[in-house]
Design a protein around this ligand. Structure first.
Ligand SMILES: Cc1cc2nc3c(=O)[nH]c(=O)nc-3n(C[C@H](O)[C@H](O)[C@H](O)COP(=O)(O)O)c2cc1C
Length: 168
């Protein structure tokens, strides 16, 4: 397990377009008995309801979604470039079918009971504030529905308070 230090959010200088969209993140949820993780490249950070928040979009079919819905908490881990191959794997295989975290050679740590992927160099600990289903009828741009939801596997949009940040 790595040593992490707590980070003051006001001191952070991050580029979410690069960190989330290009380098990707791991969304991890569960408890001390069982945790699951998946790769995500859609989402963001910002301010909502007076809180520092992260928002993620998780399709109904993802095993990780069951853990988020059960626990109401999750983490976002940002591993270094050297873990690209593992992140592709964690974003292709489902934890329903395999013990994929172990197979990827990665490790789960816990912060205040919330699981995170220890190989991350930055970890955001999050508490779900809202979960809003993306629905067909919400699209002003109908082409999005056709392009991304042909199989009706819609996303849930979670907005979550960032309660703690750790880096190493
Ligand atoms: C680069 C990349 C980005 C991804 N982004 C998302 C995402 O933002 N939301 C989502 O629901 N799935 C996303 N996925 C797909 C999931 O990571 C993938 O379906 C994973 O196997 C789900 O695992 P699980 O069933 O164990 O939760 C992404 C996959 C990759 C490779």
């Amino acid at each position: 397990m790595h040593d992490f230090q707590k980070v003051d959010i006001e001191q952070m200088e991050i580029n979410p377009f690069r960190m989330i969209g290009k380098d990707w993140m791991l969304v991890t949820a569960g408890n001390e008995r069982k945790a699951n993780t998946m790769t995500a490249s859609w989402g963001g950070v910002g301010i909502m309801w007076g809180k520092n928040v992260a928002y993620v979009f998780i399709r109904d079919s993802r095993f990780t979604k069951e853990f988020i819905d059960r626990e109401g908490r999750f983490s976002l881990s940002f591993p270094a470039e050297q873990y690209r191959k593992e992140m592709k794997f964690l974003g292709t295989v489902s934890g329903r079918d395999e013990d994929k975290i172990r197979e990827a050679g990665m490790h789960v740590g816990y912060y205040d009971g919330v699981p995170y992927i220890d190989e991350g160099s930055l970890i955001l600990i999050c508490r779900v504030m809202s979960g809003t289903p993306i629905r067909k009828e919400d699209f002003w741009d109908r082409a999005i529905d056709e392009k991304w939801y042909a199989e009706q596997d819609y996303h849930m949009m979670y907005i979550a308070e960032i309660t703690d940040i750790m880096a190493r």
